[in-house]
Design a protein around this ligand. Structure first.
Ligand code: AHR
Length: 514
């Protein structure tokens, strides 16, 4: 009798290990969307650091590299192709040592300074306010300026706002006109200090709160320009910082930031290589990436207590993988390669931000070109698009779309006795009614097939795109720039009213459903 039962089980399961085949079951509630995914979740961050600004964007008007008023055309085009919604500048740590008046007027007369944070190099200030705002105009994106609260005065910050946005007769607007810009610019996003708990002044949250209140008072709304003021928020899990800011500052800010970087080894002293890692380190890196979910949940819970109507945005304005620098490069320049692992990590993070879009109103990956988890690398006249770039390319469909709730029963990716969900998912509906699902198969070894129920939608057509490669540490180089790039994905099939999606191992997939 016992033997008969055993035989039946083998026949039913089609295998010899007595386990029912695992099933991923996804339900997309296509008619239940409520919150909008702000396009600003797909924002970027660029600092005066290494070759991000200089060489990355700015080559100067006399350069042989094709440029418009000194700004590289290839980089501008690539970023427009992913619909970059905003760009944060000039730092980072650099912002709290930056004196904006050194970066205006005739370039050859601008004072120089030492970039003490990043390699101790001389900064000649040739890229300043006018150049940055010209860059944003070329990119057709919104500027996000980080003001200097750490070493600058309230007067200096106040005058910067006046210089940029005042549309009347005033000392600062006259100076702007003398420098060649008649009309004011529009600037919405304004940071009042960066990492004030660290490189921005090593302050306590109470002391910073008071300073924020003082500095923000003098950041005026001129004409119809309305500032969206962003206070310096917590470092990772410093929940006390969030609590204090919400209590002391409250509605005087429109946004509160959060910084969290994924360090593969978890050790800032020896972070791990961008390209040489084993599955152990891969698993640990993804575990650390998933920690973003906990951080957003816990910071949001605190914010909810003070701001149940969610008026204040949680602004994750620095995130991404931070590895050791590439061998033989300046350790202060934070230049790192970018592999398929980083694309997986970006896909997971963006899915998490989407899921929290009722509170997370902006996120900025660090840093756009040549620094940390860059989407673009340049080498003089050459430019390449990293695997992370292609995730932004796939995910741009979510910008300003309505988040669709999902229910997901998911297989596990197991490694060394530990496990995590094998797939990360996000779904949205755009203004034209198209549904987009982004899926990340985190498992580097196994296909994950997902049975998908699109509840409340009639499916006529499905198309897709995929990002994957042979090895998890594959990357694009100047010699082989297309190793990891996007291809068509036509394997999602409708059957019995359900969509069957066989997700290849270590892949990021975007499906469009009409
Ligand atoms: O992105 C690099 C640095 O990381 C930024 O300058 C700083 O804000 C953070 O510590």
């Amino acid at each position: 009798m016992k033997q008969t039962i055993l035989l039946c089980l083998i026949i039913i399961t089609g295998g010899s290990n007595f386990r029912l085949p695992a099933q991923n079951k996804l339900t997309v509630h296509a008619d239940e969307g409520k919150s909008s995914i702000s396009k600003h979740i797909y924002g970027h961050f660029s600092e005066h650091l290494g070759h991000c600004i200089y060489g990355g964007y700015w080559v100067g008007e006399d350069s042989a590299i094709p440029n418009t008023r000194g700004i590289r055309n290839d980089v501008v085009k690539a970023l427009k192709d992913i619909r970059i919604p905003n760009l944060r500048w000039p730092g980072g740590c650099f912002a709290d040592e930056y004196h904006w008046m050194d970066g205006i007027g005739a370039r050859d007369q601008r004072p120089k300074m030492v970039n003490t944070h990043w390699g101790g190099v001389t900064e000649d200030n040739s890229f300043g306010t006018h150049e940055f705002l010209d860059l944003c105009e070329q990119l057709e994106c919104e500027p996000y300026i980080s003001g200097n609260l750490g070493s600058g005065s309230a007067e200096e910050m106040s005058k910067w706002v006046e210089y940029i946005t005042f549309d009347g007769e005033s000392p600062m607007s006259n100076l702007r006109k003398q420098n060649g810009r008649e009309n004011p610019w529009k600037v919405k996003f304004w940071g009042v200090g960066n990492e004030s708990w660290g490189c921005g002044g090593n302050m306590t949250p109470d002391y910073y709160s008071d300073l924020y209140r003082r500095y923000a008072t003098y950041c005026r709304n001129y004409g119809n320009n309305r500032l969206y003021k962003i206070a310096c928020g917590a470092n990772e899990s410093d929940y006390n910082w969030t609590e204090t800011l919400m209590k002391n500052v409250g509605n005087r800010m429109q946004g509160l930031s959060l910084h969290y970087y994924t360090i593969p080894s978890g050790n800032w002293g020896k972070k791990g290589s961008a390209t040489q890692f084993d599955e152990n380190e891969y698993f640990a890196t993804i575990e650390r990436t998933l920690y973003m979910e906990e951080l957003l949940t816990k910071h949001s819970t605190i914010m909810d207590r003070y701001d149940p109507q969610k008026r204040i945005g949680l602004i994750t304005d620095e995130w991404g993988i931070w590895t050791d620098v590439e061998p033989n490069t300046n350790s202060g320049f934070l230049y790192q390669q970018n592999s398929l692992r980083d694309a997986i990590l970006a896909g997971i993070n963006l899915n998490i931000f989407n899921a929290h879009c009722d509170r997370v109103k902006m996120a900025n990956i660090a840093q756009t070109v040549n620094v940390l988890q860059a989407v673009i690398l340049t080498d003089k006249e050459k430019m390449l698009l990293t695997p992370t770039y292609w995730v932004y390319y796939l995910y741009k469909v979510h910008q300003d779309a309505t988040l669709l709730p999902v229910s997901f029963i998911c297989n596990k990716y197991e490694w060394n006795g530990k496990k995590m969900d094998a797939v990360s998912v996000s779904a949205s509906k755009d203004a034209a009614g198209k549904i987009h699902i982004t899926l990340v198969n985190i498992d580097p070894n196994k296909v994950q097939t997902i049975e998908t129920d699109l509840r409340g939608a009639t499916v006529k057509k499905v198309s897709g795109k995929i990002l994957t490669s042979a090895k998890i540490n594959d990357c694009n180089t100047f010699e082989n720039p297309n190793t990891v790039s996007v291809k068509e994905f036509n394997d999602a099939k409708l059957s019995g009213g359900k969509l069957n999606i066989p997700l290849p191992a270590k892949s990021v997939v975007m499906l469009e459903i009409e």
